[in-house]
Ligand binder design. Structure first.
Ligand code: BTN
Length: 238
């Protein structure tokens, strides 16, 4: 398979690098093809959310992967942490956060999309390399973390991330799961989920880590356990 990051398309501005990469994948672009942008006008996040970043402040990338592994979202989270350093933690399934006194501030987001039946995935990553809090809307300042590097570091950060992804994609699943668990910010904490469902369906429990398929294991108040496949969980205030 070819190296990650080649061929590469860099766009000054686009709606979403994931959408550009998807077009290329459908047109037959090879494994490792990379789309980057300095700015997105309609960046997308998980659960139908948007992803915004001031122009030129962030690493915005989408990678085409042929025959992607089942644990791709977890692998990507671990690779981003390899680059982000010791403070970075993972909020299941793959938000990269920095714990702060007031809660968790988001450093990076990962959006893995694809057509499993056709054997490809798009791995979209937004990493706040040089975001300056003063350039963010007031309501996002507390919730957003940044590497605090100069914008000139975005390219070198991309190189490090592609290297980390290459290494993590090649390792055994057990090693990825171990690295993921070492960064798990939810383990042992009270969480809630289902808040997006009809009123009254919010559920609560204590996060107990992930199983071998990346599902979140939750201990329930009645002594039982459940596992969550996907979705969004929230920390409950201490
Ligand atoms: C999330 O945390 O909800 C996922 C955010 C993913 C954002 C990245 S930025 C590059 C790529 N293009 C997109 O439109 N989204 C991903």
């Amino acid at each position: 398979m070819s190296a990650l990051g080649r061929p590469r398309v860099h766009l000054r501005s686009t709606d979403s690098t994931n959408d550009r990469a998807r077009e290329l994948a459908i047109a037959g672009a090879p494994h490792g093809t990379l789309v980057t942008a300095s700015y997105q006008t309609a960046g997308r996040g998980r659960q139908g959310r948007s992803w915004t970043a001031p122009a030129g402040s962030s690493l915005l990338m989408s990678l085409i992967l042929r025959s992607p592994p089942a644990l791709l979202p977890l692998i990507a989270a671990v690779a981003v942490c390899d680059v982000a350093g010791g403070d970075a933690r993972i909020k299941w399934p793959n938000d990269i956060v920095i714990p702060r006194a007031g809660g968790l501030s988001k450093l990076a987001g990962i959006l893995a999309e694809g057509r499993p039946q056709e054997g490809w995935a798009i791995l979209g990553i937004g990493l706040n390399v040089a975001v300056r809090p003063q350039d963010l809307p007031a309501e996002l300042r507390e919730k957003t973390a940044t590497l605090g590097a100069p914008a000139q570091e975005i390219e070198a950060t991309l190189e490090r991330l592609l290297d980390a992804l290459g290494r993590r994609l090649a390792e055994a699943e057990g090693a990825t799961l171990e690295a993921w668990r070492a960064r798990d910010v939810l383990r042992g904490r009270e969480i809630a989920w289902g808040a997006d469902k009809p009123a009254g369906s919010t559920r609560r429990g204590r996060a107990e880590g992930i199983d071998g398929a990346g599902r979140l294991i939750v201990a329930l108040a009645d002594g039982g356990h459940t596992t969550l496949e996907a979705g969004e969980v929230h920390l409950r205030p201490a």
